[in-house]
Design a protein around this ligand. Sequence first.
Ligand code: PLP
Length: 232
Amino acid sequence: MPDINHRLQQVLSEISLYEQELGRPAGSVQLLAVSKTRPAEDLHAAWQGGQRLFAENYLQEALDKMTTLSSLAIEWHFIGPIQSNKTAAITEHFDWVHSIERLKIAQRLSAQRPADKPPLQVLLQVNSSQEASKSGCRLAELESLAAAVMELPGLQLRGLMTIPARSDNFEQQRQPFHQLQQALQQLNDKGYTLDTLSMGMSNDIRAAIAEGATMVRVGTALFGARTGSTRT
Ligand SMILES: *Cc1c(COP(=O)(O)O)cnc(C)c1O
């Protein structure tokens, strides 16, 4: 447990260091704690260290933790693939969704958003690696998806997210992040007011911050290596 708090403080100071080094305003990069496969106690330990934003990939696992941690005012982010039959529970229980790649899913999340809640905060997931196997909408389809999602009353479109192919080379890591930042800029040039770039994970935080990330999604660096078969 003290371990998690220690790593949390380390990641936070790394983020402020990179902000400073890379010419980003202090506090412009938020840390999203990716807690998939971690027990509720680990989230609680991070909470005690001051962490408030948590991200989950698997619905049932997330719902269990939400129940256990219901006394904590956590902001919950959904970052996993979304099946149609899961949209109702996702839009009922989460504050943000990063992984919208199809209009049909967005329409369901909007229609099923509880009337007593503010609009669901959403990001469009972009395929930045141009591999057919990677998820996310293609850049060529981004603008029409964004235009359609803007019309949905239950959603508030905030920006873009991407999961690039893994690389250990800084310059290579920057490329897909640069592309995402350009895509956001192009939308904003057309009148959108998007303010969120969700990009960067444990091994490429610095490249993401260099390219304008406003939210980095960190699992391993906070909670240690994941064991078992689940990985992204
Ligand atoms: C698991 C996951 C992360 C965190 O990855 P780490 O390498 O453990 O930091 C970030 N984003 C998404 C979408 C994930 O599934």
